[in-house]
Ligand binder design. Structure first.
Ligand SMILES: NC(=O)c1ccc[n+]([C@@H]2O[C@H](COP(=O)([O-])OP(=O)(O)OC[C@H]3O[C@@H](n4cnc5c(N)ncnc54)[C@H](OP(=O)(O)O)[C@@H]3O)[C@@H](O)[C@H]2O)c1
Length: 318
């Protein structure tokens, strides 16, 4: 059964930063893996987790850039990983498993948004393949390393999920490609992944959550022309973010809270925003947020899991 989408009063909110939600949290001796942990929200996440004492593994499709970016962040290590390439996922996961280490936290944050139509692997649509299938294969392959009884997996979704449920009849946009709808579907998939992983992972004591980080200017918007960003009201003519946008440190807070807060122990599978469990969406306004029913539906989640296992050939829970 899907988690109840009801606020629990965490004491944090939209303005809380990664640093604030980690106040008094000791992650010494803990290991985290943060995909995309060298850019935007992921970089803030990596910095905050290491400051709290965690060792952070950062898989990167641009290894040299990641190494350069993280040079002054102690307690990090970079490995090569392209989530759009399942062979790369297999090789990376094998390397981590070989070391015999356990992972306490996985933050599946890497992603692409509103890209021109791109095909990867067997002509899969790139948002679905990268944002969802790559992370699906990664977490399943890493199951033996997930710390029994305490591991948390946080899937970074988005209010972008408002625009599309899973398109069961045309997952890969064989017709009518639209970059925003492709992103939306992949973000619904991220949320559903957390729902079913939490169900299956219960036997290992694993908890999984999905989060909407808020709206934050990062390199994610690289495919959105400046004029469109102004027209959408995201930035003004000088490039300053609109009211309601978060800083990267605020944007990283919800995923870190979901990865560490004991308040969530009994709420696995929940979709969170602003450092709390999100309520069901009552409007289509993504800045207000909340969660649409198709992103937390247990039957949809189970169906997506089965299909993803079939497509990737990986299912650690079968
Ligand atoms: N920013 C927002 O307003 C916002 C709102 C809602 C949700 N989100 C979600 O938050 C997450 C982080 O976004 P962000 O804003 O921090 O964007 P970002 O700065 O562009 O970071 C995305 C990261 O994903 C990595 N990545 C992309 N494709 C990959 C692949 N095939 N294999 C491995 N890594 C790959 C990127 O690597 P490269 O740097 O090498 O390209 C980058 O490190 C995303 O999942 C996004 O959907 C963001």
């Amino acid at each position: 059964m899907a988690a109840k989408q009801q606020r629990i009063g965490s004491g944090f909110g939209a303005q809380s930063t990664a640093e604030e939600v980690l106040t008094g949290v000791d992650l010494w001796g803990r290991t985290a893996l943060v995909t995309g942990g060298y850019s935007g929200l992921g970089l803030e996440t990596t910095r905050a987790l290491t400051r709290a004492g965690a060792h952070v593994i950062v898989p990167a499709r641009r290894r040299a850039t990641a190494e350069e970016t993280l040079r002054d962040v102690p307690g990090t290590e970079v490995h090569e990983l392209d989530l759009a390439d399942l062979e790369s996922v297999r090789v990376f996961s094998g390397r981590i498993l070989e070391t015999g280490r356990t992972l306490d936290i996985v933050i599946a944050g890497a992603g692409i948004m509103a890209c021109p139509e791109t095909r990867v692997g067997p002509a899969w649509e790139a948002h679905f393949a990268t944002n969802h299938l790559g992370h699906f294969a990664l977490v399943n392959r890493l199951r033996p390393a997930l710390a029994p009884g305490r591991a948390r997996v946080v899937s970074v979704s988005s209010a972008g999920h408002f625009l599309s449920p899973i398109r069961w009849d045309d997952l890969h946009f064989r017709t009518g490609y639209d970059g925003w709808l492709a992103y939306a579907q992949s973000k619904t998939a991220n949320a559903l992944f957390a729902v079913h992983l939490d169900t299956l992972g219960a036997a290992d004591g694993l908890r999984s959550f999905a989060v909407h980080p808020g709206s934050i200017l990062t390199p994610l918007q690289r495919h959105v022309p400046r004029a469109e960003q102004i027209a959408q009201g995201w930035i003004d003519a000088e490039g300053r973010p609109a009211a309601g946008f978060k800083t990267p440190a605020q944007g990283a807070a919800t995923a870190i809270w979901a990865a560490t807060s004991p308040l969530l122990d009994a709420h696995g599978g929940a979709y969170c925003q602003d450092c709390d469990i999100a309520e069901p969406a009552t409007t289509d306004d993504m800045l207000i947020g909340g969660v649409k029913p198709w992103a937390v539906d247990a039957d949809e989640a189970a169906r997506l899991w089965e299909l993803s296992a079939e497509l990737t050939g990986v299912d650690a829970y079968s």
